[in-house]
Design a protein around this ligand. Structure first.
Ligand code: 5GP
Length: 205
């Protein structure tokens, strides 16, 4: 008889400054793997070209955001780079109950909040190799206005200063994304085998 395996879900918090390459790493990690779920946050910022409502974010108004706050619908929420962002509690709870690896791509304020209020999580901070590499990546991405770029670069210093509060740090070297994804996969694989998430019963035969 095969072993009886009882797996619990995993809350995987991933943070890093804007331009560190989190989004691409998450896409590479989760591609064609149904074990993963991605928490689609709500935000009051405007969609960028190519961003789809309900896929990248739920794009909402300030009034809708205030309404969700009143209803206590958020696991965490924060004002980031001059806009509001929040993680909806219900989809996270459902995914974890279903044994999934639920990824939260959230900023440091939100991440520290979740870490304070939750006991079982895995937290990873993605670092750029330098601040100039971060600036180049953000400029080349071409998604930000000059104002938004200035805010994001200024906030990056403070965010990187919080990297030590996470369980794991990974440097995403320019042109070496495979290495960063490899490190991320190794962390997830090891964390999956932790006995609080992985209970095995071996049968007699
Ligand atoms: P962007 O506007 O570039 O998509 O995201 C800006 C920052 O907001 C990123 O650091 C991203 O991780 C963070 N973020 C996205 N969704 C959430 C959320 O639901 N909560 C928090 N606290 N931060 C978020």
């Amino acid at each position: 008889m095969p072993p009886i395996i009882d797996r619990k879900g995993m809350l995987l918090i991933i943070s890093g400054p804007s331009g560190a390459g989190k989004g691409t790493l998450i896409q590479m990690l989760t591609k064609d793997n149904p074990e993963y779920c991605f928490s689609c946050s709500v935000t009051t910022r405007a969609p960028r070209p190519g961003e789809i409502d309900g896929v990248h974010y739920h794009f909402i108004t300030d009034e809708e955001y205030a309404d969700l706050l009143r209803k206590d619908a958020f696991l965490e929420h924060a004002r980031v780079h001059d806009h509001y962002y929040g993680t909806l509690r219900q989809p996270v709870d459902e995914a974890l109950a279903d044994g999934k690896i639920m990824i939260l791509d959230i900023d440091c304020q939100g991440a520290l909040n979740v870490m304070q209020n939750t006991t079982d999580y895995v937290s990873v901070f993605i670092l750029p190799e330098s601040f100039s590499a971060l600036e180049n990546r953000l400029k080349n991405r071409g998604t930000e206005t000059t104002d938004s770029l200035v805010i994001r670069l200024a906030n990056a210093r403070a965010e990187v200063g919080k990297a030590g509060k996470y369980q794991y740090n990974i440097i995403n070297y320019h042109g070496r994304q495979d290495e960063a994804v490899g490190a991320l996969k190794a962390i997830v694989e090891a964390e999956k085998q932790r006995i609080n998430r992985y209970h095995v019963t071996i049968q007699e035969d």
